[in-house]
Structures are given as structure tokens and as C-alpha cells.
Design a protein around this ligand. Structure first.
Ligand code: MIC
Ligand code: SF4
Length: 653
């Protein structure tokens, strides 16, 4: 791959460009969009959250860099805040000490959810943001190219290295008209999910265009960009315009504004138009965010629980809307309603304008400003319960209750249904204007004064929950292997590496590895170790869209620790595929998807010449009990080196 400069750069600068290419062309440091399948981009800002952050910082430490090299690095604590047992608190202390030492800003538990906070206080139009959380694209709402990735990629970016993305195709989502009352940003993104689904969008960037964009404030845009993660796209992005200026000014950050608009005549690889005025309230039915139906089709369905918040819908605009709908009324007797705000700023505003009192009087349970219910960390619904939630994922069991039926809806629909006790769309939902000035209180962001520099020699606090990161082994010339598990389509990282009650083991790989594939087959761990002890490699066989959902690199790291050397799937999602490569697991796809049927769990598989295949064109004929099965992997030269070395951590730089 060559440096991105010269002719192509000139032609990109000269032509009519989209917002996406305007931002990207200022950040490309490796590769040529006209020729290469992947591009290396410079990362301005990074964010981590605690559940992925401990591993990211352990990896950063092992790189031997004395302080962060990128413009801004923020470490948020928002996932594991429940603190049952010492594990979460140990993680927090470790993260705080690392932040101080290396020049990272540390957002204490209770400050809020990473994506909402980053939008409020740090997101800058025209910059790039890389985060160890799949919903990092929330920053697209403020005109950032914001991308989710595994922790090790964030560690590399903090050390000043580039991040590699597939050279994107850009789809314009053209919004026309104005939203009707009772609908909001959530209904727009659900419409996009209805059209494009949760698979088949790898490598795309969705750029929102059209006059309808100008009618949406930044928090609404952020809701849409946030849930773009469910499409499996690289990211989603909005222009930076008058609305962006207004939001930044209200956050006391007018100086961070930079206008960014697509040029007239900018070319897109595809265009999809949505008439906002014609949009009806939508919901994602169990058990996929892509299973979109109209709220009307669910009308009358009895609801047991309603949860409002998460990084998708926890802005002041969202919770104030709920308060206005509930004002002077009470939620239905047999419905449990929980509300988690996105940040302290949101809570402070709700306290000031009386909304907090309204919500409490209406019978809502006010929860901590954190991920909480969204990741099944608490508030699990009752057996077989119907739970209406404003978050972004309704994978089976993610709420903590396998039999629960989780529907994803807008705050408007959630509030109206809380009053009715059954699913109902909100009629005449009130308009909430963007405040002229948000209350600004950065006191729970620590180490701002040493940001970028750190405090050399400051001690790192390591409790017993902080275990060291296991390393992979160089890829052998050939592998004798076993199909350790065969799973179906759309296996999410929640299936591979469950969160909820298991989330507290994120910093302890040997312990967390015991739960790999727990929701599908709890004996996977023991079986893998048995195969490993016999000198056999473990292989995962999967259907379409393997590894959907979160950025958690543990879904690759823990299998690696169990001796998994390859995945063979019909297709693999972007972030998970990158994580597999980073941990030396070869991401194969079937040449003929029908061969999936030929394989069974327990099959002995022989990968003769796998190392040479990876070095070459990535194709290999695997010997199986039912004949040979041809598989391939399309790796860049950079990725080949990582796999051959046995993972990113095995490499010198
Ligand atoms: C999620 O929403 O699934 C998470 C928990 O935020 C994950 C990150 C993680 O697993 O820690 C994500 O979206 O990347
Ligand atoms: Fe947290 Fe849920 Fe957002 Fe993930 S999707 S960052 S768990 S609020």
C-alpha cells in the first residue's frame, strides 16, 4: 500500500465531495481509495468505556509508550457501575490510575454514558474518533467520522498509529419533509433498519443528506448515527451546520464549530430517500433490531416493563419529552418504568425545569446515569415479560431474561405506552427545543490538567481482578483441528461472550473464558481445553453475519485463549472480523455457502498448508469427514502479518 497523496488526493480535493470524503481525505495516511481495499486513517480522538477499556489500557501499557499521542483520549466508566463484589471497583481504580499516568481524561462512574458525554463535551465536527464501543458512531451526529473498534485498535491509535477501515462505499440517506407529531429520530433509524437490515452493510458509510436533516437537532442526529451500528456499517455521518453550531454554542464550545457540507453534485454510491412526514411510529420486535414493524401493528399488546435511556435515547430532549407526556398523570399500575439519563447535565436540567419531580410523581424509577439495563446489568424483566425499551439492541437474553420479549421504540412511544399499560403510539407528543445554554459542570472529568502529557511514574493500581493479557502463538504451517461448535446465522457477540452477570470478568481473561458461548453451549469451554490438551486446534463454524453487535474484543480474545485458531462462516461482521485478526484467529468464509451443511460439530478438520495459504491468496481446501471444503480469507498485507505472528500483541510495533 502506498501513501495517499499526489493524483488521487488532488482529484478528491477537486471533485464535488460528500461530507464523508471531505473528512476522510484530511485523515488518510496510508492507502489510495482508487486502488486499495483498506485505508489507514489518522485518529484525532479516542474513547474507551470500562468494560472494554481495561483490556485496551493493558494492551497500551504493553506497547511501552510513555503517554498518549493522539489529540484527546477519554476513559469513561459507565458499563460496570453496579459494583457487586470487588471486581468493578478494582477496574475503576485501575482505569483512574492509568488515566493519570498516561494523560487520559477520566470520567468517573456516575458522570454518564460515554457516547452522550462525548457528544456534549468533546465531539468536534470534522475530526475522527475511535472508540472501544460499537456505538461510538454517535459522534456522527456532530459531524465526526466516529468508528467503533476493538480495544487493541484504540491502544494503537492512542500510541499515534493509524486505524484501518475498508475503503468505504457511501450511501446517501436523503431526508425530505418534517417529522409528524408522535414520531422522532428513533423512527427514522428504525425505517433505515427496516430497509437495509442488520447484515450485508459491511464497508458502507451512511451519510444523511437533504433538507430534512436541517429539521433535526444534534441529539436527534446522534440517535440515528448511534443506532447505525445495528446496520453493521463502518459509521454514519451528518453534515455540520447551523444546528451543530447552535448545539456547540449551548455547550459553551462555539469555538469547536466548523461547517461541513456536501458539495453540490457530490456523488454517492447509492441514495435512499425517506419522507419524514410519511413516517409512522416504528418498533423493532424480538429478537433483532432489524425486525422492524409498525407500532400500530402491536397496538394493544400488554406491556410489563418500560425502560427509557441508554446511549440511543437519553438526551435532555428525550427525557424531557417523556416528562411532558407523563406530566400530571401516573404510569399504569402493572407496568414497571425505569429511566436512566445519559449524563449529569441531563439530570441537572431535568431537576431545574421540574421534569425530575414530574417523573417521580408519575411513578418512574429513576436509575443511575449509566448503561445499566441496556446491557442486562440490572432491571432484568420477569419471565416471559414484554419489555419496551428505548435502547438499540434486543438480542435474545441481552436483558438478562432469556424468555423476555424486548421491543425497541422511541421515547414518545415508550411514554405513551407507560400510561396505557399496552403498546400505543403517542399522539401529539410535545416539541422540546434545544436549550440556549446547557449547565456545564466538568467536575467529574478528572486529570484534565495533565491530559495528553500524563504524570510520569504515577503508580498503577492493580487489584486481583486485573489479570494479564494472554498472547497468541505464531500460525503453524498446518493445523489438525476440530469443529468445536457449529452455530447458525446472526450469532452476536452477546452469544459468544455474554455480558450482564458475566461482565465483571472483563479484566480477567482466564475467568471470563469459562463463559465463551455460554448462551449457546455451556460445555464449549471444557471441550476446547480438552482438544487443546490433545494438540488439536479449535475451529468455530457459523452461518451468516457472524459476530454482529458489540465491539467487545473478548469475543476473539477469550476464544484465542481456548485455542481457537479459525472461524469458518458464511459471512463475518466488520468489527468482529478485525478483532479476530488482531488476536490471530483466521476469519475464513465458505467459497460455496452450501458447504456449511457438510460440517458438523466434532468433525476432524485438516488445514494442510494454512500458513502458506494465509501468506498467499488466502484460499485453502480443508479436509473434512465429508470431503474437502474450500474456504478463503481476503486479508490485506498488514492483516497477513498480524495473523502469521499470532496476533497484534505479538508484533514489534
Ligand atoms: C454493547 O452495547 O453491547 C456494549 C456493551 O456497549 C458493547 C461493548 C462491550 O461489550 O463492552 C459495544 O457496543 O461495543
Ligand atoms: Fe451502554 Fe447500551 Fe450504549 Fe452499549 S448500547 S454503550 S451498553 S448504553
Amino acid at each position: 500500500m502506498q501513501n495517499f497523496q499526489g493524483e488521487k488526493m488532488n482529484s478528491l480535493k477537486a471533485g464535488a465531495r460528500s461530507v464523508t470524503w471531505k473528512i476522510l481525505s484530511e485523515h488518510i495516511v496510508d492507502g489510495d481509495p482508487a486502488k486499495d481495499a483498506e485505508l489507514g486513517i489518522r485518529i484525532d480522538q479516542t474513547l474507551t468505556q470500562d468494560a472494554t477499556g481495561t483490556m485496551a489500557y493493558l494492551q497500551f501499557e504493553s506497547m511501552g509508550v510513555d503517554h498518549v499521542r493522539n489529540d484527546l483520549a477519554v476513559s469513561y466508566v459507565d458499563h460496570n457501575t453496579v459494583q457487586i463484589g470487588f471486581e468493578n471497583a478494582d477496574d475503576h481504580d485501575f482505569l483512574a490510575s492509568i488515566a493519570k499516568r498516561y494523560g487520559i481524561i477520566y470520567s468517573k462512574a456516575g458522570n454518564g454514558i460515554c457516547h452522550q458525554l462525548h457528544l456534549e463535551r468533546f465531539g468536534k465536527p470534522g475530526t475522527t474518533l475511535l472508540g472501544s464501543d460499537s456505538h461510538t458512531p454517535t459522534g456522527g451526529g456532530i459531524g465526526q467520522i466516529a468508528i467503533g473498534a476493538g480495544g487493541i485498535d484504540i491502544a494503537v491509535a492512542m500510541a499515534g498509529g493509524p486505524f484501518y477501515i475498508p475503503t468505504p462505499k457511501v450511501r446517501a440517506i436523503k431526508l425530505v419533509g418534517t417529522l409528524a407529531q408522535g414520531t422522532s429520530a428513533k423512527d427514522i433509524i428504525l425505517k433505515v433498519l427496516e430497509r437495509f437490515g442488520t447484515k450485508g452493510n459491511v464497508g458502507w458509510i451512511f451519510e444523511y443528506t437533504g433538507q430534512g436533516v436541517t429539521t433535526l437537532d444534534v441529539p436527534s442526529r446522534a440517535t440515528i448515527a448511534n443506532m447505525g451500528a445495528e446496520l453493521g456499517v463502518t459509521t454514519s455521518v451528518f453534515p455540520s451546520d447551523r444546528m451543530t453550531r447552535q448545539f456547540l454554542a449551548a455547550q459553551g464550545r462555539a469555538g469547536d464549530f466548523k461547517p461541513i457540507a456536501a458539495d453540490r453534485g457530490a456523488k454517492y454510491d447509492d441514495v435512499f430517500e425517506i419522507d419524514l412526514g410519511a413516517l409512522k411510529p416504528m418498533a423493532a420486535a424480538p429478537h433483532s433490531p432489524g425486525n422492524v414493524v409498525s407500532v400500530e401493528s402491536l397496538r394493544g399488546l400488554k406491556v410489563n416493563q418500560i425502560m427509557i435511556g441508554s446511549c440511543t435515547n437519553s438526551s435532555y430532549r428525550d427525557i424531557r419529552t417523556v416528562a411532558k407526556i407523563l406530566e400530571g398523570r401516573h404510569v399504569a399500575d402493572d407496568v414497571e418504568v425505569g429511566i436512566a439519563c445519559g449524563s449529569r447535565q441531563v439530570v441537572q436540567m431535568l431537576a431545574k425545569d421540574g421534569s425530575l419531580g414530574i417523573l417521580v410523581a408519575a411513578g418512574c424509577r429513576m436509575l443511575e446515569n449509566a448503561c445499566g439495563f441496556c446491557i442486562g446489568a440490572h432491571m432484568s424483566p420477569a419471565t416471559n415479560a414484554v419489555s419496551l425499551r428505548t435502547n438499540n439492541r434486543n438480542f435474545e437474553g441481552r436483558s438478562g431474561t432469556k424468555s423476555a420479549q424486548v421491543y425497541l421504540v422511541s421515547p414518545e412511544t415508550a411514554a405513551a405506552s407507560a400510561l396505557a399499560g399496552t403498546v400505543v403510539a403517542s399522539e401529539g407528543a410535545p416539541f422540546v427545543a434545544l436549550p440556549r445554554r446547557f449547565p456545564i459542570d466538568d467536575s467529574m472529568f478528572l486529570y484534565r490538567e495533565t491530559a495528553g502529557r500524563g504524570v510520569p511514574g504515577a503508580p498503577i493500581v492493580r487489584g486481583p481482578n486485573i489479570a494479564s493479557v494472554p498472547k497468541g502463538e505464531a500460525l503453524a504451517p498446518s493445523l489438525a483441528a476440530v469443529a468445536a461448535i457449529k452455530v447458525g446465522d446472526k450469532i452476536t457477540t452477546d452469544h459468544i461472550m455474554p455480558a450482564g452477570a458475566r461482565l465483571k470478568f472483563r479484566s480477567n481473561v482466564p475467568e471470563y473464558s469459562k463463559y465463551v458461548f455460554e448462551p449457546c453451549d455451556p460445555s464449549f469451554h471444557d471441550r476446547c481445553l480438552e482438544n487443546k490438551s490433545k494438540g488439536l486446534a479449535n475451529v468455530i463454524i457459523a452461518g451468516e453475519s457472524y459476530g454482529q453487535g458489540s465491539s467487545r474484543e473478548h469475543a476473539a480474545l477469550c476464544p484465542m485463549a481456548l485455542g481457537v485458531k479459525a472461524v469458518i462462516a458464511k459471512s463475518i461482521e466488520r468489527i468482529h472480523r478485525a478483532n479476530l485478526v488482531n488476536f490471530g484467529i483466521v476469519p475464513f468464509v465458505f467459497e460455496d455457502p452450501a458447504d456449511y451443511e457438510k460440517l458438523s460439530q466434532g468433525d476432524e478438520l485438516s488445514f494442510e498448508g494454512i500458513r502458506a495459504a494465509v501468506e498467499g491468496d488466502g484460499r485453502i481446501a480443508v479436509k473434512t469427514p465429508r470431503g474437502t471444503v474450500c474456504v478463503r480469507t481476503a486479508l490485506s498485507e498488514r492483516e497477513k502479518k498480524i495473523i502469521l505472528a499470532g496476533g497484534r500483541l505479538q508484533m514489534k510495533n
